[in-house]
Structure formats: C-alpha cells, structure tokens
Design a protein. Structure first.
Length: 202
C-alpha cells in the first residue's frame, strides 16, 4: 500500500497543526497590541508637538492668549509645544489601550487591519481638526466677545487677546482631540463588524 502523503492523516497531526496556528496568531496579536499601546502615544505626542509648533507660526497669539502668565517670561510658545506633546502622549496612551483591548476582544489585532484603522483615525482627526479650525476662526472673527469673555480674569477681559488666533488654536486642537476619539470608536466598531461578518461566513 502506498503511504499517505497527507500531513493531517492522523488526528494528532491535525491537532498539532491547529495548536501551532493558534500560537502563531496569538503571538502576532500580542505583538500588534503592544505596538499600538507603545506606538500610538509616541505618534500622538509627535503630532501634538508638531501642531503646537504650527500654531505658533500661523496663530502666534494663541498660546499667549490661553497662557497669559507664561507671556511674562516669553515662554508661551514653549509652554504650548510642551502642552501639545503631553496631551498627545496622554491621549495616545488612553486611545491605544482602548483600541488594543477593543480590537483584541473582537480578534482583529492584525497588522494590516491596525494600519488601516490608524489611517482612518488620522483622516477623521484631520476632518474634525479642519472643521474645528473653521468654526473657531468664525467665532473669533464674528463673535470676538466670546473668547474675550471666556478668558477674562478678575481684572476683566484681556485687551491684548487676539480672538481670531485663540479661536483658530482652540478649534484646531479640540477638533483634533475629538476626531481622534471618534476615529478610535469607529475603529472598534469596524473590528466588531468584521468579526461578526467572519462569524456569519463561517
């Protein structure tokens, strides 16, 4: 009799192949989750610092308006960049953990899918950031008393506050933050939907 060439000819061989595949998938998922939890805070911090530096250039009165005490030492720009980095780092840690847990729960911690959802989050954040910038500019331009009232102190409104720059800065930064949160929620939803479709197909 000709010997069988089927590698799964015996139940033991088949079980070993299943166990090996499961171990490989678990390793890939674990490494992908770690990459998200570590990589996203670094990425978000870099983006936060870069956005702050851009605001210093294109809306130079933003940080002096929201950090008036830092103006005395001419440190408002540096405080703004530092704040952008710290906020980006903290947001990256929070959303990275949420994304890793959510995608892992639905068994979608795969490198290609994670790269796709990262792109989606970036696109949603840019969309929200752009919309926020336009809304902030509109408020600063046509309703300047809003920002003057919000950032007034005991002495009254700050006469040196530039409501347009403050509106641009706040709209951009808050829009990006909200967009990143919404984008992460979309990513987890897509993971759930993909998991459900896979279950139905099988």
């Amino acid at each position: 009799m000709k010997p069988s060439t089927n590698p799964y000819a015996s139940p033991e061989a088949y079980n070993r192949s299943i166990a090996s595949g499961s171990s490989g998938n678990l390793l890939v998922s674990t490494l992908t989750g770690i990459a998200i939890v570590i990589g996203w805070p670094i990425l978000f911090a870099a983006v936060g610092g870069s956005v702050a530096a851009a605001l210093n250039k294109f809306a130079p009165d933003y940080y002096p308006g929201v950090f008036p005490h830092a103006v005395r030492g001419d440190n408002a720009a540096s405080v703004g960049v530092g704040t952008g980095i710290i906020q980006g780092l903290m947001l990256g840690v929070l959303l990275g953990i949420i994304a890793a847990v959510g995608l892992g729960w639905f068994k979608q911690l795969r490198p290609l899918f994670c790269a796709q959802v990262t792109t989606i989050i970036a696109a949603v954040a840019i969309l929200f950031g752009t919309a926020g910038t336009l809304v902030g500019y509109g408020l600063g331009r046509f309703v300047p008393g809003y920002y003057r009232g919000v950032f007034a102190d005991e002495a009254g409104p700050n006469p040196n506050l530039n409501p347009v720059d403050v509106g641009i800065g706040l709209g951009c930064s808050e829009g990006l933050l909200l967009g990143a949160v919404v984008g992460t929620a979309v990513a987890v939803f897509l993971a759930w939907r993909r998991s459900r479709l896979t279950t139905v197909a099988s």
